[in-house]
Design a protein around this ligand. Sequence first.
Ligand SMILES: [Zn+2]
Length: 440
Amino acid sequence: MADDLLLLGGSVIDGTGAAASPDTAVLLVDGRIAALGADAVAHAAATTTTLDVAGQTVMPGLIDSHLHCTFDDVQSNDELFFHRDPTMVTLTTSQNLQKILRAGVTSFVDPDTAHGVGPSIREAIEAGVISGPRMKTGVQALMTAVGGTAGRLIPDEGTVGYAQVVNSVDEVILWTRRHIKFGADWIKIHATGSIPGRPGELMVWNRNEMKAACETAHELGVPVMAHCRSPESTTICAEAGVDLILHASFIDDDGLQAVIDNGASICPTFTFLANLADFGASVGATPGMEDVFRNEIQATAKMMRKAYDEGVRIISGSESGFALTPYGHWHGREMQVFVEELGLTELEAITTATKNGAWTMRMEEDLGTIEVGKLADVLVVDGDPTTDITMLNDKSRLSEVISRGERVDLSAPWPEHGHIKDWKIGKWAEEILTWDRAYG
Ligand SMILES: [Zn+2]
């Protein structure tokens, strides 16, 4: 049951990019935004709960357009593909959803899910079997036999973890249709992959395969997103009709033109790279990766700014679900990168996680802004994020998370689970124990 709430005295950032409006009341009734300003005060009923939020900021709940809710803060591809069973994946996901919600994320998009459990998780949330943010989801990521970022761990054919291998245009069509039949809101394509011994990622789909996926999905009214971490991949995917480019790493002028000409949007998802570059050493990440990722951010950010200025929809996504991007901690980091590396204003950055996220959710009529009639997904932030965007990552600043018109309990202990037998891979050691290291 949604509470009827009157948020009184707060400064409202509506998520459209407009400047904050000070001292503006917000009335939430039956899970919707019922009225704003003087109207809100006038229409509050005697039974309405009033929250004094003077001096605080009222804004739309965050929409994280790229996270992996079934990965359980995974530490390696080996673990992710070969040590996870569907039941435990589902159980841990139900707990991890609480962390995501408690961090102010009231909606998210998950491109691909371990064992394809995404649609079931979404339906369990919708039906109230488990609680969690609003969710839109893919089933698994379509990959060619070259694989994605897991190299030779991906088999030549079949299904493993979050991957579905497709080896011909016919298989592309078949699996796109199957994923839609099983409830995909999005089709996810791993357009680039790593080949051992070759630097970076390479385009591992041809144009016909890519077109087949886009045409098949679009015929059934489902959009397509693609993981693109090479310059030509963004060009080829945008030309083939991909709706959302993930990463767009090293996007060049041709790529940007293709994105503009075809009306694609971009979710750069710098957060994983930024965390590794800034903090990788402190958690034992593979040495040398810091500079690689820092260069990727800098090379891409310049073009991303250009894309933003050309009117391309830029969207915030955190890639949460990995050891470097654990749930509940980094959902606001992307906005910080947009401010620091793209030079967006804080208000512009907030729009990438509110109004623009509503597009990824396919819920633009209902979500993403504080406007009368929209769904009551609202945050109250103790402070002004337009002067310091980093506070959106600071849970101590979140005084209220309102999801579907209900106040989320922020006082309960942070949900955590302990060691799950045969789940996390035990590493023998971080480094090689040579005789010299022991006695030298
Ligand atoms: Zn991802």
